[in-house]
Design a protein around this ligand. Structure first.
Ligand code: ZN
Length: 215
């Protein structure tokens, strides 16, 4: 069983992937871990990927897919895997499908954690930091007692560039521009299942589990 999980930044994809992997016994594969592990083990593909990875450049698709196939052939992936963060583009998705087909494999399900744009913005841009003592707050999840003031030391709170609404909005735009064609691609293949991500972590996890376990 090969499952891909999609979700915008702030949709809780990483958290859900970890829960789902634990509940189903599927191996959770992120590209970051895939690269780091192959490089650490000094596999042939790891050696090829290392220069790109070290320079912070994109590892070429064919190389990433080769590493993925190698990973899937390892014993712990016998029951299947959960792909998190790959594919990111339509080109990667089609190349992955072709490579899997050559080994008589295929993606079985694609889960898409859907969260409304304004909720994603609230989650992504609600973080405030204290310069003085390093305390971190979130407008929704952990608000300070007095808005804009640190509970610990009383200093003024500030937002890092990454946590500002404009930055969050840009990240979400980039994500939807890249991902929309992928969503359409898997929907057309009848593999896409959308899950409402605007619910508690437990509810989303249950619904995703139902998706995976649905024959
Ligand atoms: Zn403080």
């Amino acid at each position: 069983m090969y499952v891909i999980l999609f979700g915008a930044p702030g949709a809780g994809k990483g958290t859900q992937a970890a829960i789902l992997a634990e509940k189903t016994g599927l191996v959770h594969i992120t590209t970051g871990e895939l690269f780091r592990e192959a490089i650490r083990q000094e596999t042939e593909l790891g050696k090829q990927a290392k220069p790109y990875y070290d320079r912070g450049q994109l590892v070429p698709d064919q190389l990433t897919i080769a590493m993925l196939l190698e990973r899937l052939s390892q014993g712990d992936c016998a029951r299947g895997c959960l792909l998190d963060g790959f594919p990111r583009t339509l080109e990667q998705a089609t190349a992955l499908d072709e490579a899997l087909a050559q080994e008589g494999k295929a993606i079985d399900k694609v889960g898409y954690i859907q969260v409304p744009q304004d909720e994603l913005l609230r989650r992504l841009s609600g973080r405030w930091n204290c310069r003085q003592c390093g305390s971190v707050y979130h407008e929704r999840f952990q608000p300070p007692r007095q808005a804009g003031r640190c509970d610990q030391c009383g200093d003024e709170l500030y937002q890092r560039e990454d946590d500002k609404p404009e930055t969050a909005r840009r990240r979400l735009e980039v994500y939807s521009r890249q991902t929309a064609p992928l969503i359409d691609y898997y929907r057309a293949k009848g593999k896409l299942v959308e899950v409402d991500g605007d619910k508690s972590v437990e509810e989303v996890a249950e619904n995703l589990l139902a998706v995976v376990e649905d024959p």
